[in-house]
Design a protein around this ligand. Structure first.
Ligand code: ATP
Ligand code: MG
Length: 141
């Protein structure tokens, strides 16, 4: 099965009710949570992780938010996990998520374009790179 990196963002982790609902949704959608860590991302990790967005108007806001408190970092596996997880998350922008995919995770738990509840890798290459950043202990030699 394919692997993807999922992140539950700080406002979700702060809210035990949202956190347990999202985990139930993940398991009911037949993803396996093969590794999970709760961690406050540091600046170096956030900059490596969001390098492709450096210079965009939301970059500082995004890095500040993502380092503001603990996230839950997960390696999820499932057949076609990358695309399936992005489907479950819904659109990036909260207004689109709420109008076009109200049952998606971002539709239900997103608060703003920055605080949009979850992250998911967008390709096998980024999944590998992102897992490497947050789970260096599982690197394949
Ligand atoms: P992610 O990479 O988090 O899974 P994505 O691939 O749907 O989401 P990207 O374009 O890669 O979206 O943006 C990365 C993150 O940057 C988004 O999840 C969101 O938190 C933030 N972001 C993207 N666009 C905006 C925006 N217009 N305003 C504020 N924040 C944004
Ligand atoms: Mg992305």
């Amino acid at each position: 099965a394919q692997q993807t990196l999922a992140i539950l963002k700080p406002h979700v982790v702060k809210n035990p009710f949202s956190l347990s609902r999202i985990k139930n949704i993940i398991l009911n959608a037949n993803f396996k949570i093969v590794h999970l860590k709760r961690k406050t991302i540091d600046l170096r990790e956030a900059e490596a992780f969001y390098g492709e967005h450096k210079g965009k108007f939301f970059y500082n806001r995004l890095v500040t938010f993502m380092t503001s408190g603990p996230c839950e970092l997960m390696i999820l596996t499932k057949e076609n996990a990358i695309q399936e997880w992005r489907q479950l998350m819904g659109p990036t922008k909260v207004f689109r998520a709420q109008f076009e995919a109200p049952d998606s995770l971002r539709g239900q738990f997103g608060l703003s374009d920055t605080r949009n509840a979850t992250h998911g890798s967008d390709s096998p290459e980024s999944a590998m790179k992102e897992i490497e950043i947050f789970f260096p202990e599982f690197r394949l030699e």
